[in-house]
Design a protein around this ligand. Structure first.
Ligand code: OAD
Length: 235
């Protein structure tokens, strides 16, 4: 039985932003907007060709100015507003959850809207429009070069201790729009389950870990989620 005090952890992936017009990772033969992942999403790629990587993320940032949150993002805001214990963990680097109104949110793979100094690790917000050019930007504190505040492959996802604590305490875990290919996020289902949570998957295609969910619903997040949220709130 779902109650107002029920502890929720929600994990989202690229699928929740698909209906806003942002392409998912694994629907394009391992390419991310026509680039090999190793080229644009690894520390080695940044070292080998920082200009290419910089331009790539600037394009992604420009794309964010053209898209809006969808009904899936909005349904999660309703859920957060109603329930007392709610944590949203996203693998997405877009800002659609916060633009929809989500507050208790962890971007475990970083954020397009932020930059981090390579030298002193200071994190800065980018300014829309003003900071979208091809020139590298420098740190306000030490003038070091700023890199995207994105977790690349072989780097440690952010705020893992907080996430693991919430997973071990949650009663309902819901994974939405994620293929279950990338760890450690793909393992959250198992952590929550091991601690007794009821686990639910919502995805357009069956994800890699589909058989481990207690319940799986196949379809678009923007269509399925609003129904679920109404049902849970009425319960
Ligand atoms: P993927 O591209 O691997 O998977 C997206 C999933 O969303 C697929 O299983 C689709 O079937 C599903 N999907 C597509 N449209 C949907 C919709 N409208 N509603 C519901 N589901 C839909 O993306 P992620 O699992 O998020 O990491 O990928 C995980 C990580 O791999 C990303 O965060 C990124 C990538 O490499 C980094 O950049 C570090």
């Amino acid at each position: 039985m779902i109650q107002k005090e029920t502890k929720f952890v929600i994990l989202t992936g690229a699928g929740i932003s698909a209906e806003s017009g942002i392409r998912t990772f694994r629907d394009s033969n391992g390419l991310w907007e026509n680039h090999r992942i190793e080229e644009v999403a690894t520390p080695e790629g940044w070292k080998a060709n920082p200009q290419l990587v910089w331009n790539f993320y600037q394009q992604r940032r420009k794309q964010l100015l053209e898209v809006e949150p969808n009904q899936g993002h909005e349904a999660l805001v309703q859920l957060e507003d109603y329930f007392d214990n709610f944590l949203l963990v996203t693998q997405n680097v877009d800002d659609l959850h916060e633009r929809a109104g989500s507050k208790n949110l962890i971007h475990m793979h970083g954020e397009l809207a932020k930059l981090r100094c390579e030298a002193c690790h200071h994190v800065e917000y980018m300014m829309d429009n003003k900071h979208l050019g091809e020139a590298f930007l420098t740190c306000l504190h030490c003038e070091g070069r700023l890199r995207p505040h994105i977790v690349w492959f072989n780097e440690m996802p952010m705020r893992m201790a907080e996430i693991e604590k919430a997973l071990s305490e949650c009663e309902v875990f819901v994974a939405i729009g994620t293929s279950g290919h990338v760890y450690p996020a793909a393992n959250f289902l198992h952590i929550a389950k091991r601690h007794g949570a009821h686990t639910i998957g919502i995805n357009l295609d069956p994800p890699e870990n589909v058989y481990f969910f207690d319940e799986f619903f196949q379809g678009k997040a923007g269509e399925i989620l609003p129904h679920f949220v109404q049902k849970w709130i009425q319960e």
